[in-house]
Design a protein around this ligand. Sequence first.
Ligand code: MN
Ligand code: MN
Length: 310
Amino acid sequence: MIDIKIFWHKNPDTDSVISAIVFADYLNQKWYNTTAYKLWELNNETKYILELFWEKTPETITNLPEGTRVWLVDHNETIQSIDGREKLEIEYLIDHHRIDFRTSSPLIIRTEKLWSTASILYKMYKESNFEINQRTAKLILSAIISDTLLFKSATTTKFDIEIAKELQIIANIDNLENFAMKMFDAKSDLWNISPEEIIKYDYKEFNLNWTKVWIWHLDTTNANFALWKKDELLEAMQNIKNNSWLDFIMLSIVDIIWENNTSLVLDWKDSDIIENIFEEKVKNNLVDLKRRLSRKKQIVPDLTKYFENN
Ligand code: MN
Ligand code: MN
């Protein structure tokens, strides 16, 4: 048996965690000895799902010995991955994000333009003629709901809707809307979490043409709560910008119910960039980015284009 470690990006979301769990199951059926690990604490939505379905929480790893064989899900960029990854042996990648990484040896890469990494795993199950049982269906469906905000996100494709329909039947969940709202409410429960932690919840770091960029994203059913904490969040953003030597930082508060993105912007420099890209005015550190619910599809590509030309 080959011993393989699977992990996902820092500040994990539900799709990444579930993809690693489901991928480990898949590989175990193929006689690999696989374990899923986490790099960071899980968010409240993921915790809720794992508890609801009686799933074990994966163990945390912070570093691995040189040459360890690893398989990645839901991310590929070095800065979003485990520290010291360049010394590890990456053998396999399943992802649905832009590809930006370099390796010293060949590997297997499976990427598709689907909603979630878990949707790709659904296809892999089908291709291998593996049965999708109720447990797997529940898990994959939760990942899809989380990454697409229950099909509201711009990343939605027709194929994914078909998958979700089929999974809903196997999972035996009557009211998908209800089920999704409970997930989102769990994610929005931030009362006991400090602004620094909120910021670290779901940020992604990018290196865009030598510009160090942080894009933070908070999907919530309670946008007022985040806006109410605006001053504290701005202070935390400033600290992070200074301490991590960032060139640009933005925080998108995505209201799942009203399908609207209100973003926090720190200073005039960042405001200038935002106004230039999105053609919306920044006022009192806030900018209305309208229905841009997807970071991957509606924020990152525009920022990339901007920084490549400026
Ligand atoms: Mn993810
Ligand atoms: Mn994902």
